[in-house]
Design a protein around this ligand. Structure first.
Ligand code: SF4
Length: 341
């Protein structure tokens, strides 16, 4: 089974005849027959094509909290899908079986953009999420699917590492309602050594989303023992979000589990997650959560003014307690940042 190919945007022809992809900071230079680092974009017949149009590894219904998005229509259902490949190559990838996959036959489910949107409606999902692997690398499929979703009143969610160039960045986020962006470290060296990427473009994406769009943004940092969990780095990362973005942006510190090329690294202790949360709160962030662990208090949303519990989460069971329909605390009236029914 050959996945449907689609003419890709965001590339130019160089003087030497090679085609340069202008989608992400790698700017791969491809001769006919060559694939980009992300695997999905391929030079064929003198153009760059996307090799996953209309095909996915599968569709699943998830709670929106699983993305994780904690302030975007809490306890709603999202229809999730992804493809294969990635423009980063993180040694610690928790989804490496699809991000590092090089077999196109894994894209076994044929799903047009319209069919995905329709399935979301049929199953009562309020949103469709582009997730599991990096959606930037299949941007054309994302944009068509997002249009089909919006025509049917379905919202769109992107779970992304944010490594994208400015022109496609504008297009991509123009069709997205909410994003969870992975901020994998606050050190260029770690991005280069462990992810084969760069920190600066991710920070640019975060600033772009915050300043130029109405996309609801949450940020996730997977804490890896000995790699990105020093107090100094966590403090700098949190301070940057608080000062350069907005203190009300939710930050999720999630637990690493040994995977892919980091099987010898131990899982993240709960104490590390809780300490990171304390540091981020000290730096002024208002909503900081722990993820991939069962810990009720650090998964709970409290009112930033009176401390009342607004949303309680136990695993993926979510209860809205003192949250009014417009996202206000029923105790003191303070508004909770986010998108609510
Ligand atoms: S999107 Fe893929 S082909 Fe394009 S520059 Fe990035 S890694 Fe290379």
């Amino acid at each position: 089974m050959k996945p449907t190919q689609f003419p890709a945007h965001y590339w130019i022809r160089q003087d030497d005849g090679r085609l340069r992809c202008e989608l992400c900071p790698h700017r791969c230079r491809l001769k006919n027959g060559q694939r980009g680092r992300c695997f999905l974009r391929v030079a064929e017949n003198d153009e760059i094509r996307l090799s996953a149009w209309g095909r996915t590894t599968g569709l699943a219904l998830d709670p929106i909290e699983k993305k994780p998005l904690y302030h975007f229509f809490p306890s709603s259902t999202v229809l999730s899908f992804g493809t294969i490949g990635c423009n980063l190559s993180c040694s610690f990838c928790q989804n490496w079986d699809i991000s590092a996959e090089r077999d196109l036959s894994r894209l076994r489910v044929e799903t047009s953009p319209e069919l995905i949107a329709q399935k979301a409606r049929d199953h009562g999902a309020e949103s469709v999420a582009f997730t599991y692997n990096e959606p930037i690398i299949f941007i054309e499929y994302v944009m068509e699917t997002a249009r089909a979703c919006h025509e049917r009143g379905i919202r769109t969610v992107a779970v992304t590492a944010g490594s994208i160039l400015p022109e496609p960045r504008r297009d991509f986020f123009s069709v997205i309602d909410a994003a969870n962006v992975d901020l994998k470290s606050f050190r260029e060296q770690t991005y280069s050594r462990l992810c084969g990427g760069a920190l600066a473009p991710v920070l640019e994406t975060l600033q772009y989303i915050t300043r130029e769009t109405s996309v609801w943004l949450e940020i996730t940092t997977l804490l890896i023992p000995g790699e990105n969990d020093s107090e100094e780095e966590i403090r700098e990362l949190s301070r940057w979000i608080s000062n350069r973005l907005r203190p009300e942006i939710p930050l999720h510190f999630t637990a690493f589990h040994p995977a892919h090329r980091m099987l010898q690294t131990p899982p993240t202790p709960l104490e590390t997650l809780l300490r990171a949360r304390e540091i981020a709160l000290e730096e002024g962030l208002l909503y900081v959560y722990s993820g991939n662990v069962l810990h009720t208090e650090s998964s709970t949303t409290r009112c930033s003014r009176c401390g009342e519990i607004l949303i309680e989460r136990k695993g993926y069971r979510t209860r809205l307690l003192n949250l009014g329909p417009s996202g206000r605390c029923l105790n003191c009236g303070q508004s909770l940042p986010g998108r609510f029914a």
